[in-house]
Design a binder for this molecule. Sequence first.
Ligand code: UDP
Length: 385
Amino acid sequence: MAQGQKIGIVGAGLSGAVIARELAEAGYEVEVFDTRPHIGGNCHTERDAETGVMVHIYGPHIFHTDDAEVWDYVNGYQTFLPYKNRVKTTSQGQVYSLPVNLHTINQFFGKTFRPEEARAFIEEQADKTITDPQTFEEQALRFVGRDLYEAFFKGYTEKQWGCSPTDLPASILKRLPVRFNYDDNYFFHKFQGMPENGYTDMIEKIFDHPKIKVTLGQHFDPRAPHDYAHLFYSGPLDGYFAYEFGRLGYRTLDFERFTYQGDYQGCAVMNYGDASVPYTRITEHKHFSPWESHEGSVCYREFSRACGEDDIPYYPIRLVEEKAQLADYVARANEEKAVTFVGRLATYRYLDMDVTIREALDTARLFLAKSKEEAAMPAFVHAPL
Ligand code: UDP
């Protein structure tokens, strides 16, 4: 495939931006389309006109990674300033520290344990009859025991996923550590920070290349005739095939925005563990930019629910019974020629931003290598199943 040929990219989020840039630098003309009026996908940030606060329009995004190349990559387009995600949770009438750590355990059980004592105590709470946890609930009962599970995970997870934790895979809980020290940094990665001017500014700079043209507010039908040598598609996988096998399950979020004069909750993220509170968390966005100071504050109450046809898909659910439907879509996608499915929506996976960038870089590099040897590019570089 000769350089100078045109490449089409559907979706102006992180995947689309990184692939566009890599290919533009290699000499391709790249055209990017997004139905939304802005770039950045769900990472989109915008400065609030009323308060001046940088708002994560589609909910909080915190950059954390162990991948030094990805960290260097994002720092090439934006200064990342120090930010540690210290999440609190309100449960059963008290405020606790997350992820579950020594402070949480001591406060919850009214103890003054040292690390090894806490470890032994939690091991006593754990259900040791579960040897190979498959579900979210089994994973929780095995590793933290029933009391902590019910206070911090059960209600939150029922609200977040709209189903019983017995129907969810253990992998969701594996995202959260349990610590036997006082480390309350939500993430355990070497690099963590926030882009000084927001994610949209960073992504704008990634797109800023003479060989990249971005068209916003325009639906691009990837199956209609076009003259692109190859398409990278980052929209929903089921949407590409006009939902012919039905809709893959997603959760969507509703945000109830409110403003406040001063400091509403003293932290960026306050989770609500009780099932009786209808929202999962409140985010106070000025705390995501601790180097800025604002009198006014913008907060979001976050509600999770099943994603309908006209809603924005956020979290892929991936229930066990959805696997067969997903397999049908994957088989159809593998029959397509000159299209590669990339990112969270097109591969129907729960992806962090750093993983999205890593995969996009690898995808672009594979494309360049395949083009050189005139070999076909696969539909998936990172398979959904
Ligand atoms: N979770 C929970 N209680 C909490 C926070 C998280 O039970 O207070 C569970 C919940 O099922 C959630 C998963 O752990 O979906 C992963 O949490 P994370 O904070 O990584 O979710 P995200 O910020 O990506 O929504």
